[in-house]
Design a protein around this ligand. Structure first.
Ligand SMILES: Nc1nc2c(ncn2[C@@H]2O[C@H](COP(=O)(O)OP(=O)(O)O)[C@@H](O)[C@H]2O)c(=O)[nH]1
Ligand SMILES: [Mg+2]
Length: 300
């Protein structure tokens, strides 16, 4: 509750962690909205996604990031790591998300990246629903905090939203005093055009095999609002001619499936009827091509 004696707070929070630990699921749970795309595959998130939570006592700008990972061979991977490293620098509070009560070298490396920034770091132990023996959580937390100076530890099931409200309260307390920077009804700084491309990419991640999703990028060519319907045209870029047929499928069945699922996601998020048309085109080795990365919105 906000009274005259409790100041309003505003600040930025970066969600940081290894790929696939549930950062985007957590962002969505905090927002109460499917803003950031989520799939069972690592490296689903390729951008810095801002989600804005507005409450009476605080406005919280949440930054979802691609997971920090070691492989940096392709230009795209290099770019993903760059985005993931930048967010903590601009944030006031950091949330290190991990997958259950497990700590490995990658987490140690992430801690070493965050600690020197001198900002409060919260540890969010996610996916606790997968754990039969919950007592392990307490011994784990005691052990990790003995060696690492976290400002707090939270146990979450982001998928169900468990623990998320308490985490938000804790974050709000740690933010600096300040006026809200965004309008009350603003929930992101991203355009619908961008969000539409992401929803197509989510279906590519979900419906294509293990390797192919990483060879695809989505570019919106048409985005037209009319009174009754929004018309969206998107190009799915692949890296080789042979990949085109796989995305399209026999008699276009796969592309149709991708299109209708993505369209449903858009209608839900935009709260409007959407007409979506998809094309598949080849851009040789785009993920290692600086000009293509720029064209597809992966670099500024
Ligand atoms: N069991 C379980 N799975 C989760 C939870 N949170 C996220 N996931 C799943 O973990 C996978 C990766 O989630 P995502 O949010 O994309 O992770 P990110 O790469 O860190 O952004 C998805 O399949 C999610 O549904 C959770 O609390 N419990
Ligand atoms: Mg993600």
């Amino acid at each position: 509750m906000s009274t005259e004696s409790t100041p309003h707070r505003f600040g930025t929070v970066a969600l940081v962690g290894q790929p696939n630990v549930g950062k985007s699921t957590l962002l969505n749970a905090m927002l109460g909205l499917r803003l950031s795309i989520v799939t069972p595959k690592p490296q689903t998130t390729r951008h810095r996604i801002l989600g804005i939570v507005t409450r009476p006592d605080a406005q919280i700008a949440l930054l979802d990031t691609p997971g920090l990972h070691r492989q940096t061979r392709r230009a795209l991977n290099h770019q993903l790591n760059r985005i993931a490293r930048q967010a903590p620098e601009e944030a006031d509070v950091l949330v290190h998300v991990i997958d259950g009560p497990k700590w490995n070298d990658e987490d140690e490396a992430i801690w070493k990246l965050l600690a020197p920034l001198g900002k409060p770091v919260l540890l969010a132990v996610n996916k606790v629903d997968k754990l039969a023996d919950k007592t392990r959580l307490l011994t784990f937390a005691a052990q990790v905090t003995r060696e690492h100076d976290y400002a707090g530890v939270h146990f979450l099931c982001a998928r169900r939203g468990d623990g998320v409200a308490v985490l938000l309260d804790d974050i709000a307390q740690l933010l600096p005093e300040g006026e809200a920077a965004y309008a009350e009804d603003e929930f992101t700084d991203r355009s619908e055009r961008f969000l539409a491309a992401e929803l197509v990419r989510e279906q590519l991640m979900l419906l294509l095999g293990d390797e192919l999703p990483y060879a695809t990028a989505v570019e919106i060519e048409q985005f037209e609002d009319t009174a009754k319907i929004t018309r969206i045209g998107a190009v799915i870029w692949v890296e080789r001619e042979g990949q085109k047929g796989i995305v399209i499928g026999a008699a276009g069945a796969q592309l149709k499936k991708i299109g209708s699922a993505a369209r449903r996601g858009m209608e839900r998020l935009f709260e409007r009827r959407v007409h979506l048309e998809l094309w598949v085109r080849v851009r040789e080795s785009w993920s290692d091509d600086a000009a293509a990365l720029k064209q597809f919105g992966y670099t500024d």
